[in-house]
Design a protein around this ligand. Structure first.
Ligand code: FAD
Ligand code: ZN
Length: 466
Protein backbone atom coordinates (compact mmCIF):
# COMPACT_ATOMS: atom_id res chain seq x y z
CA UNK A 1 0.00 0.00 0.00
CA UNK A 2 1.24 3.51 -0.72
CA UNK A 3 1.89 5.90 2.17
CA UNK A 4 -0.95 8.09 0.90
CA UNK A 5 -3.41 5.17 1.01
CA UNK A 6 -2.41 4.07 4.49
CA UNK A 7 -2.64 7.64 5.84
CA UNK A 8 -6.13 8.00 4.32
CA UNK A 9 -7.04 4.80 6.11
CA UNK A 10 -5.83 6.23 9.43
CA UNK A 11 -7.20 9.79 9.39
CA UNK A 12 -9.76 9.80 6.55
CA UNK A 13 -9.28 11.25 3.05
CA UNK A 14 -10.32 14.76 4.04
CA UNK A 15 -7.37 15.05 6.44
CA UNK A 16 -4.68 14.11 3.91
CA UNK A 17 -3.97 17.22 1.87
CA UNK A 18 -2.14 17.26 -1.43
CA UNK A 19 -1.54 19.49 -4.43
CA UNK A 20 -2.95 23.02 -4.28
CA UNK A 21 -4.04 22.64 -0.65
CA UNK A 22 -0.47 22.60 0.62
CA UNK A 23 0.60 26.20 0.04
CA UNK A 24 -0.25 27.58 3.50
CA UNK A 25 1.68 24.77 5.21
CA UNK A 26 4.81 25.17 3.10
CA UNK A 27 5.77 28.75 3.92
CA UNK A 28 6.65 30.21 7.32
CA UNK A 29 5.17 33.30 9.01
CA UNK A 30 7.98 35.59 7.86
CA UNK A 31 7.77 34.17 4.32
CA UNK A 32 11.46 33.50 4.51
CA UNK A 33 11.32 29.72 4.16
CA UNK A 34 9.48 28.15 1.20
CA UNK A 35 9.41 24.36 1.15
CA UNK A 36 7.60 21.62 -0.71
CA UNK A 37 5.74 18.87 1.16
CA UNK A 38 4.87 15.41 -0.10
CA UNK A 39 1.56 15.85 1.72
CA UNK A 40 0.03 17.34 4.86
CA UNK A 41 -1.69 15.04 7.33
CA UNK A 42 -4.02 16.27 10.07
CA UNK A 43 -4.65 13.55 12.66
CA UNK A 44 -7.41 14.09 15.22
CA UNK A 45 -6.18 12.06 18.21
CA UNK A 46 -3.00 10.81 19.88
CA UNK A 47 -3.66 7.30 18.55
CA UNK A 48 -3.94 8.69 15.02
CA UNK A 49 -0.67 10.62 15.44
CA UNK A 50 1.05 7.39 16.56
CA UNK A 51 -0.38 5.44 13.60
CA UNK A 52 0.70 8.19 11.17
CA UNK A 53 4.24 8.12 12.62
CA UNK A 54 4.39 4.31 12.28
CA UNK A 55 3.16 4.50 8.66
CA UNK A 56 5.76 7.14 7.78
CA UNK A 57 8.46 5.06 9.50
CA UNK A 58 7.45 1.99 7.49
CA UNK A 59 7.89 4.01 4.29
CA UNK A 60 11.12 5.67 5.49
CA UNK A 61 9.55 9.12 5.21
CA UNK A 62 10.59 12.12 7.32
CA UNK A 63 8.06 14.14 9.36
CA UNK A 64 7.89 17.86 10.06
CA UNK A 65 5.62 18.46 13.08
CA UNK A 66 3.67 21.69 12.73
CA UNK A 67 1.48 23.65 15.13
CA UNK A 68 0.43 27.20 14.29
CA UNK A 69 3.40 27.71 11.94
CA UNK A 70 4.39 30.98 13.62
CA UNK A 71 7.94 29.85 14.41
CA UNK A 72 10.70 32.24 13.40
CA UNK A 73 13.66 29.93 12.69
CA UNK A 74 12.51 27.91 9.67
CA UNK A 75 11.70 24.72 11.59
CA UNK A 76 7.97 24.33 10.99
CA UNK A 77 7.90 24.01 7.20
CA UNK A 78 9.29 21.20 5.01
CA UNK A 79 12.52 21.46 3.06
CA UNK A 80 12.51 21.85 -0.72
CA UNK A 81 12.76 18.14 -1.55
CA UNK A 82 9.03 17.42 -1.79
CA UNK A 83 9.59 14.21 0.21
CA UNK A 84 8.69 15.29 3.76
CA UNK A 85 5.29 14.87 5.40
CA UNK A 86 3.95 17.82 7.38
CA UNK A 87 2.10 16.51 10.44
CA UNK A 88 -0.15 19.36 11.52
CA UNK A 89 -1.53 19.12 15.07
CA UNK A 90 -4.30 21.70 14.71
CA UNK A 91 -7.11 19.14 15.20
CA UNK A 92 -5.77 18.00 18.59
CA UNK A 93 -7.39 20.95 20.30
CA UNK A 94 -9.29 19.71 23.34
CA UNK A 95 -8.88 20.88 26.91
CA UNK A 96 -8.86 17.50 28.63
CA UNK A 97 -9.01 18.55 32.27
CA UNK A 98 -8.69 21.46 34.67
CA UNK A 99 -7.74 20.52 38.23
CA UNK A 100 -8.34 23.77 40.09
CA UNK A 101 -7.22 22.44 43.48
CA UNK A 102 -3.92 21.25 41.98
CA UNK A 103 -3.63 24.42 39.85
CA UNK A 104 -3.07 22.43 36.66
CA UNK A 105 -4.71 21.89 33.30
CA UNK A 106 -4.17 19.18 30.71
CA UNK A 107 -4.57 20.25 27.10
CA UNK A 108 -3.88 18.80 23.68
CA UNK A 109 -0.92 20.07 21.68
CA UNK A 110 -2.92 21.81 18.96
CA UNK A 111 -4.82 24.10 21.36
CA UNK A 112 -4.17 27.72 20.48
CA UNK A 113 -2.26 29.48 23.25
CA UNK A 114 -5.07 32.02 23.48
CA UNK A 115 -7.64 29.24 23.96
CA UNK A 116 -5.54 27.82 26.80
CA UNK A 117 -5.41 31.26 28.44
CA UNK A 118 -9.17 31.65 28.01
CA UNK A 119 -9.95 28.20 29.43
CA UNK A 120 -7.92 29.08 32.54
CA UNK A 121 -9.58 32.48 32.79
CA UNK A 122 -13.03 30.89 32.63
CA UNK A 123 -12.15 29.18 35.92
CA UNK A 124 -10.78 32.45 37.34
CA UNK A 125 -7.22 31.15 36.97
CA UNK A 126 -4.20 32.33 35.01
CA UNK A 127 -2.06 30.56 32.43
CA UNK A 128 0.67 33.16 32.17
CA UNK A 129 2.50 32.32 28.92
CA UNK A 130 1.84 35.30 26.71
CA UNK A 131 3.23 36.38 23.34
CA UNK A 132 2.19 38.39 20.31
CA UNK A 133 1.44 35.27 18.27
CA UNK A 134 -0.91 33.83 20.93
CA UNK A 135 -3.96 33.95 18.65
CA UNK A 136 -2.30 31.60 16.13
CA UNK A 137 0.47 29.62 17.87
CA UNK A 138 -0.26 26.32 19.63
CA UNK A 139 0.77 25.08 23.05
CA UNK A 140 2.59 22.17 21.38
CA UNK A 141 4.66 24.63 19.35
CA UNK A 142 5.26 26.76 22.43
CA UNK A 143 6.64 23.75 24.28
CA UNK A 144 8.60 22.44 21.29
CA UNK A 145 10.36 25.83 21.06
CA UNK A 146 10.37 26.51 24.83
CA UNK A 147 8.74 29.85 24.06
CA UNK A 148 9.30 32.85 26.30
CA UNK A 149 7.20 35.94 25.77
CA UNK A 150 6.37 38.83 28.02
CA UNK A 151 5.89 37.34 31.51
CA UNK A 152 9.00 35.17 31.86
CA UNK A 153 10.38 37.59 34.43
CA UNK A 154 7.73 36.42 36.91
CA UNK A 155 6.48 33.03 35.72
CA UNK A 156 9.30 31.54 33.64
CA UNK A 157 9.26 30.29 30.06
CA UNK A 158 7.20 27.43 28.61
CA UNK A 159 9.50 24.85 30.22
CA UNK A 160 8.83 26.20 33.69
CA UNK A 161 5.08 26.16 33.07
CA UNK A 162 4.92 22.51 32.07
CA UNK A 163 4.63 19.62 34.52
CA UNK A 164 4.00 16.69 32.20
CA UNK A 165 3.85 15.64 28.56
CA UNK A 166 2.30 13.04 26.33
CA UNK A 167 4.59 12.29 23.39
CA UNK A 168 4.51 10.08 20.32
CA UNK A 169 8.03 8.75 19.90
CA UNK A 170 9.88 8.52 16.59
CA UNK A 171 8.96 4.84 16.30
CA UNK A 172 5.28 5.55 16.92
CA UNK A 173 4.83 4.59 20.59
CA UNK A 174 2.84 6.75 22.99
CA UNK A 175 4.67 7.92 26.13
CA UNK A 176 2.13 9.00 28.74
CA UNK A 177 4.14 11.37 30.90
CA UNK A 178 1.16 13.53 31.82
CA UNK A 179 1.37 14.34 35.46
CA UNK A 180 0.43 17.22 37.66
CA UNK A 181 3.32 16.57 40.03
CA UNK A 182 5.52 19.45 41.08
CA UNK A 183 8.06 17.06 42.52
CA UNK A 184 9.11 13.87 40.74
CA UNK A 185 12.74 12.77 40.90
CA UNK A 186 12.45 9.39 39.27
CA UNK A 187 15.48 9.41 37.03
CA UNK A 188 16.28 11.41 33.88
CA UNK A 189 13.82 14.14 33.08
CA UNK A 190 12.32 13.01 29.79
CA UNK A 191 9.87 15.91 29.73
CA UNK A 192 12.68 18.42 29.64
CA UNK A 193 14.30 16.61 26.70
CA UNK A 194 11.24 17.13 24.53
CA UNK A 195 10.67 20.73 25.60
CA UNK A 196 12.74 22.90 23.28
CA UNK A 197 13.57 20.01 20.94
CA UNK A 198 11.78 21.67 17.98
CA UNK A 199 10.13 18.49 16.76
CA UNK A 200 13.45 16.67 16.33
CA UNK A 201 12.92 13.98 18.99
CA UNK A 202 9.19 13.17 18.94
CA UNK A 203 5.74 14.69 18.70
CA UNK A 204 4.13 16.36 21.69
CA UNK A 205 0.44 15.46 21.71
CA UNK A 206 -0.67 16.82 25.12
CA UNK A 207 0.69 18.62 28.16
CA UNK A 208 -0.15 19.25 31.79
CA UNK A 209 0.43 22.92 32.54
CA UNK A 210 0.81 24.99 35.69
CA UNK A 211 -1.88 27.51 36.55
CA UNK A 212 -1.77 30.49 38.89
CA UNK A 213 -4.32 32.56 40.77
CA UNK A 214 -5.47 35.50 38.66
CA UNK A 215 -3.91 38.76 39.89
CA UNK A 216 -6.34 41.12 41.58
CA UNK A 217 -4.86 44.28 40.10
CA UNK A 218 -2.78 44.85 36.97
CA UNK A 219 -1.06 48.19 36.33
CA UNK A 220 0.76 49.06 33.12
CA UNK A 221 2.93 52.05 32.25
CA UNK A 222 5.22 53.39 29.58
CA UNK A 223 8.31 55.36 30.55
CA UNK A 224 10.92 57.04 28.38
CA UNK A 225 14.61 57.26 29.08
CA UNK A 226 17.75 58.40 27.36
CA UNK A 227 19.90 55.31 27.40
CA UNK A 228 19.87 51.63 28.31
CA UNK A 229 22.03 52.07 31.42
CA UNK A 230 19.08 53.95 32.91
CA UNK A 231 16.74 51.13 31.86
CA UNK A 232 18.88 48.56 33.67
CA UNK A 233 19.00 50.75 36.79
CA UNK A 234 15.24 51.31 36.54
CA UNK A 235 14.70 47.54 36.27
CA UNK A 236 16.75 46.96 39.43
CA UNK A 237 14.73 49.60 41.27
CA UNK A 238 11.43 48.12 40.04
CA UNK A 239 12.47 44.63 41.16
CA UNK A 240 13.48 45.91 44.56
CA UNK A 241 10.20 47.81 45.02
CA UNK A 242 7.70 45.45 43.40
CA UNK A 243 9.47 42.12 43.89
CA UNK A 244 7.38 39.27 42.42
CA UNK A 245 4.60 41.69 41.47
CA UNK A 246 6.76 42.97 38.60
CA UNK A 247 5.47 40.79 35.73
CA UNK A 248 6.69 42.62 32.65
CA UNK A 249 9.63 44.83 31.73
CA UNK A 250 10.03 45.41 28.00
CA UNK A 251 12.26 47.86 26.13
CA UNK A 252 11.88 49.42 22.69
CA UNK A 253 14.42 51.60 20.93
CA UNK A 254 13.40 54.76 19.09
CA UNK A 255 13.52 53.16 15.65
CA UNK A 256 11.24 50.26 16.57
CA UNK A 257 8.52 52.69 17.70
CA UNK A 258 9.17 54.87 14.66
CA UNK A 259 8.39 51.83 12.48
CA UNK A 260 5.12 51.32 14.39
CA UNK A 261 4.29 55.00 13.81
CA UNK A 262 5.08 54.64 10.11
CA UNK A 263 3.10 51.46 9.46
CA UNK A 264 0.34 51.84 12.05
CA UNK A 265 -0.25 55.61 12.31
CA UNK A 266 -3.67 54.94 13.87
CA UNK A 267 -2.03 53.62 17.09
CA UNK A 268 -1.65 56.44 19.60
CA UNK A 269 1.78 56.73 21.21
CA UNK A 270 1.21 58.47 24.55
CA UNK A 271 4.79 59.65 25.04
CA UNK A 272 7.00 61.72 22.73
CA UNK A 273 9.82 59.83 20.92
CA UNK A 274 12.87 59.10 23.10
CA UNK A 275 16.05 57.05 22.90
CA UNK A 276 14.35 54.18 24.70
CA UNK A 277 10.87 53.41 25.95
CA UNK A 278 10.12 50.90 28.71
CA UNK A 279 6.80 49.10 29.13
CA UNK A 280 6.43 47.80 32.65
CA UNK A 281 3.65 45.92 34.32
CA UNK A 282 2.74 45.05 37.87
CA UNK A 283 0.31 42.22 38.67
CA UNK A 284 -0.56 42.30 42.33
CA UNK A 285 -2.47 39.92 44.52
CA UNK A 286 -3.40 42.63 47.01
CA UNK A 287 -5.94 45.45 46.69
CA UNK A 288 -5.95 47.79 43.72
CA UNK A 289 -5.45 50.96 45.76
CA UNK A 290 -2.38 49.71 47.57
CA UNK A 291 -0.89 48.32 44.37
CA UNK A 292 -1.52 51.54 42.45
CA UNK A 293 0.16 53.56 45.20
CA UNK A 294 3.23 51.33 45.19
CA UNK A 295 3.47 51.68 41.43
CA UNK A 296 3.11 55.48 41.54
CA UNK A 297 5.82 55.64 44.23
CA UNK A 298 8.16 53.61 42.05
CA UNK A 299 7.69 55.94 39.08
CA UNK A 300 8.11 59.05 41.24
CA UNK A 301 11.32 57.66 42.71
CA UNK A 302 12.71 56.71 39.28
CA UNK A 303 11.90 60.20 38.05
CA UNK A 304 13.61 61.82 41.04
CA UNK A 305 16.74 59.71 40.52
CA UNK A 306 16.83 60.89 36.89
CA UNK A 307 16.33 57.38 35.50
CA UNK A 308 13.19 58.16 33.52
CA UNK A 309 12.27 61.33 31.68
CA UNK A 310 8.54 60.84 31.31
CA UNK A 311 5.87 58.26 32.13
CA UNK A 312 2.27 57.43 31.28
CA UNK A 313 0.24 55.09 33.48
CA UNK A 314 -2.72 53.27 31.96
CA UNK A 315 -5.91 54.20 33.75
CA UNK A 316 -8.07 51.49 32.21
CA UNK A 317 -7.77 47.96 30.88
CA UNK A 318 -8.26 49.45 27.44
CA UNK A 319 -5.28 51.80 27.83
CA UNK A 320 -3.16 48.98 29.17
CA UNK A 321 -4.13 46.87 26.15
CA UNK A 322 -3.20 49.77 23.85
CA UNK A 323 0.27 49.97 25.42
CA UNK A 324 0.85 46.26 24.88
CA UNK A 325 -0.53 46.59 21.37
CA UNK A 326 2.19 49.14 20.57
CA UNK A 327 4.87 46.75 21.79
CA UNK A 328 3.36 43.78 19.99
CA UNK A 329 3.02 45.68 16.72
CA UNK A 330 6.80 45.93 16.34
CA UNK A 331 7.26 42.47 14.74
CA UNK A 332 4.59 43.22 12.14
CA UNK A 333 5.81 46.79 11.52
CA UNK A 334 9.34 45.56 10.85
CA UNK A 335 8.15 42.90 8.42
CA UNK A 336 6.08 45.53 6.57
CA UNK A 337 9.29 47.56 6.33
CA UNK A 338 11.00 44.56 4.68
CA UNK A 339 12.74 41.37 5.76
CA UNK A 340 15.56 42.03 8.23
CA UNK A 341 18.35 40.06 9.87
CA UNK A 342 16.89 38.81 13.12
CA UNK A 343 18.83 38.11 16.30
CA UNK A 344 17.02 36.70 19.31
CA UNK A 345 19.81 36.94 21.86
CA UNK A 346 20.19 36.81 25.60
CA UNK A 347 22.89 38.35 27.74
CA UNK A 348 23.49 38.93 31.43
CA UNK A 349 21.27 41.98 32.05
CA UNK A 350 24.26 43.87 33.45
CA UNK A 351 26.11 43.52 30.11
CA UNK A 352 23.30 44.71 27.85
CA UNK A 353 24.13 48.44 27.71
CA UNK A 354 27.80 47.77 26.84
CA UNK A 355 26.81 45.14 24.28
CA UNK A 356 24.34 47.45 22.54
CA UNK A 357 26.69 50.43 22.58
CA UNK A 358 29.63 48.60 21.03
CA UNK A 359 27.61 46.47 18.61
CA UNK A 360 25.58 49.45 17.35
CA UNK A 361 28.91 51.17 16.62
CA UNK A 362 30.48 48.15 14.93
CA UNK A 363 27.45 47.69 12.68
CA UNK A 364 27.33 51.38 11.77
CA UNK A 365 30.98 51.17 10.72
CA UNK A 366 30.41 48.02 8.65
CA UNK A 367 27.12 49.11 7.06
CA UNK A 368 26.77 52.90 6.92
CA UNK A 369 23.13 53.91 7.39
CA UNK A 370 22.15 50.57 8.93
CA UNK A 371 18.90 50.73 10.94
CA UNK A 372 18.53 48.78 14.19
CA UNK A 373 15.16 47.50 15.38
CA UNK A 374 16.12 46.77 18.94
CA UNK A 375 13.42 45.71 21.38
CA UNK A 376 12.64 42.89 23.74
CA UNK A 377 12.31 41.46 27.18
CA UNK A 378 14.91 43.40 29.17
CA UNK A 379 13.69 41.82 32.39
CA UNK A 380 14.91 38.45 31.04
CA UNK A 381 18.08 39.79 29.40
CA UNK A 382 16.54 38.97 26.00
CA UNK A 383 16.81 41.38 23.07
CA UNK A 384 15.39 41.12 19.58
CA UNK A 385 18.34 42.88 18.03
CA UNK A 386 17.27 43.07 14.41
CA UNK A 387 19.27 44.65 11.62
CA UNK A 388 17.28 46.42 8.91
CA UNK A 389 18.72 47.51 5.56
CA UNK A 390 19.67 51.18 5.18
CA UNK A 391 16.78 53.30 3.87
CA UNK A 392 16.37 52.71 0.13
CA UNK A 393 18.37 49.45 -0.01
CA UNK A 394 16.16 46.48 -1.07
CA UNK A 395 15.80 43.97 1.77
CA UNK A 396 16.56 40.88 -0.33
CA UNK A 397 19.79 42.36 -1.64
CA UNK A 398 20.80 43.42 1.87
CA UNK A 399 20.23 39.91 3.23
CA UNK A 400 21.99 38.21 0.34
CA UNK A 401 25.04 40.44 0.56
CA UNK A 402 25.39 41.27 4.26
CA UNK A 403 23.75 38.60 6.40
CA UNK A 404 26.88 36.52 7.07
CA UNK A 405 28.96 39.56 8.00
CA UNK A 406 26.25 41.09 10.20
CA UNK A 407 25.72 37.77 12.00
CA UNK A 408 29.44 37.46 12.64
CA UNK A 409 29.62 40.94 14.19
CA UNK A 410 26.55 40.38 16.37
CA UNK A 411 27.25 36.80 17.45
CA UNK A 412 30.95 37.46 18.16
CA UNK A 413 29.84 40.27 20.46
CA UNK A 414 27.19 38.04 22.08
CA UNK A 415 29.83 35.38 22.74
CA UNK A 416 32.29 37.94 24.09
CA UNK A 417 29.67 39.18 26.56
CA UNK A 418 28.76 35.68 27.73
CA UNK A 419 25.41 35.53 25.92
CA UNK A 420 23.37 33.06 23.87
CA UNK A 421 22.54 33.16 20.13
CA UNK A 422 18.99 31.97 20.80
CA UNK A 423 17.00 33.15 23.79
CA UNK A 424 13.48 31.99 22.95
CA UNK A 425 12.93 31.30 19.23
CA UNK A 426 15.12 28.21 18.97
CA UNK A 427 17.67 27.06 16.40
CA UNK A 428 15.68 25.48 13.55
CA UNK A 429 17.34 25.71 10.17
CA UNK A 430 18.22 29.38 10.59
CA UNK A 431 20.87 29.00 13.28
CA UNK A 432 21.86 25.36 12.86
CA UNK A 433 25.29 26.09 11.39
CA UNK A 434 25.89 28.90 13.86
CA UNK A 435 25.12 26.48 16.74
CA UNK A 436 27.60 23.96 15.35
CA UNK A 437 30.25 26.70 15.38
CA UNK A 438 29.55 28.11 18.80
CA UNK A 439 28.36 25.30 21.08
CA UNK A 440 31.10 23.34 22.80
CA UNK A 441 32.08 20.00 21.18
CA UNK A 442 31.18 18.24 24.43
CA UNK A 443 27.67 19.72 24.45
CA UNK A 444 27.17 18.96 20.74
CA UNK A 445 28.34 15.40 21.29
CA UNK A 446 25.77 14.83 24.04
CA UNK A 447 23.02 16.41 21.90
CA UNK A 448 23.88 14.11 18.98
CA UNK A 449 23.86 11.09 21.28
CA UNK A 450 20.35 11.99 22.49
CA UNK A 451 19.14 12.48 18.93
CA UNK A 452 20.64 9.13 17.91
CA UNK A 453 19.03 7.34 20.85
CA UNK A 454 15.52 8.75 20.37
CA UNK A 455 15.41 9.09 16.58
CA UNK A 456 18.02 6.65 15.23
CA UNK A 457 16.80 6.92 11.62
CA UNK A 458 16.76 10.73 11.64
CA UNK A 459 13.13 11.02 10.56
CA UNK A 460 11.91 13.68 13.01
CA UNK A 461 12.34 17.16 11.52
CA UNK A 462 15.70 16.36 9.93
CA UNK A 463 18.18 19.16 9.30
CA UNK A 464 16.86 21.23 12.19
CA UNK A 465 18.84 22.07 15.35
CA UNK A 466 21.66 19.59 14.59
P1 FAD B 1 5.26 26.08 14.83
O1 FAD B 1 5.77 27.32 14.24
O2 FAD B 1 4.25 25.33 14.05
O3 FAD B 1 6.49 25.10 15.12
C1 FAD B 1 7.63 25.56 15.80
C2 FAD B 1 8.57 24.37 16.06
O4 FAD B 1 7.96 23.46 16.94
C3 FAD B 1 8.91 23.55 14.83
O5 FAD B 1 10.19 23.03 15.00
C4 FAD B 1 7.90 22.42 14.85
O6 FAD B 1 8.36 21.28 14.18
C5 FAD B 1 7.77 22.18 16.32
N1 FAD B 1 6.46 21.72 16.78
C6 FAD B 1 5.27 22.37 16.68
N2 FAD B 1 4.31 21.65 17.29
C7 FAD B 1 4.91 20.54 17.78
C8 FAD B 1 4.45 19.41 18.51
N3 FAD B 1 3.18 19.30 18.88
N4 FAD B 1 5.35 18.45 18.84
C9 FAD B 1 6.64 18.56 18.48
N5 FAD B 1 7.13 19.58 17.78
C10 FAD B 1 6.28 20.57 17.44
N6 FAD B 1 8.38 33.28 20.57
C11 FAD B 1 8.72 33.51 21.85
O7 FAD B 1 9.31 32.64 22.47
N7 FAD B 1 8.42 34.70 22.45
C12 FAD B 1 7.77 35.69 21.82
O8 FAD B 1 7.54 36.74 22.40
C13 FAD B 1 7.38 35.45 20.47
N8 FAD B 1 6.70 36.39 19.80
C14 FAD B 1 6.31 36.12 18.53
C15 FAD B 1 5.57 37.09 17.86
C16 FAD B 1 5.14 36.88 16.56
C17 FAD B 1 4.32 37.94 15.86
C18 FAD B 1 5.45 35.65 15.91
C19 FAD B 1 4.99 35.38 14.52
C20 FAD B 1 6.19 34.69 16.58
C21 FAD B 1 6.64 34.90 17.87
N9 FAD B 1 7.39 33.95 18.57
C22 FAD B 1 7.72 34.21 19.87
C23 FAD B 1 7.88 32.71 17.94
C24 FAD B 1 7.41 31.44 18.62
O9 FAD B 1 8.35 30.40 18.48
C25 FAD B 1 6.08 30.93 18.17
O10 FAD B 1 5.12 31.92 18.07
C26 FAD B 1 5.49 29.74 18.94
O11 FAD B 1 6.12 29.31 20.11
C27 FAD B 1 5.49 28.59 17.99
O12 FAD B 1 4.27 27.91 18.10
P2 FAD B 1 3.59 27.30 16.81
O13 FAD B 1 2.43 26.50 17.26
O14 FAD B 1 3.30 28.34 15.79
O15 FAD B 1 4.74 26.31 16.30
ZN1 ZN C 1 10.22 37.90 22.21
Amino acid sequence: MTLEASLRGIVGSAQVLQGDDLAAYEVDWRKRWHGRARLVVRPGSTEEVAAVVRACAAHGVAIVPQGGNTGLVGASVPDGSGTQVVLNLGRLNRVREIDAANLTMTVEAGCLLQSVQEAAQARDLLFPLSLAAEGSCTIGGNLATNAGGTQVLRYGNARELCLGLEVVTADGQVWDGLSGLRKDNTGYDLRDLFIGSEGTLGIITAATLKLYPRPAAVTTALATLAWLDDAVAFLALARARLDAALTGFEVMNAFSLELVRRHFPQLAQPLPPAGWTVLLEQSAGDGATLAAQRFEDLLADAFERGLIADAAVASSLEQSGAMWHLRESIPLAQSLEGLNIKHDISLPISRIPAFVRSTDEALARAVPGVRLVDFGHLGDGNLHYNVQAPEGVPADRFLAEREAEVNRIVYDAVTAHGGSISAEHGIGALKRDELAQRKSPVALGMMRAIKQALDPHGRMNPGRVL
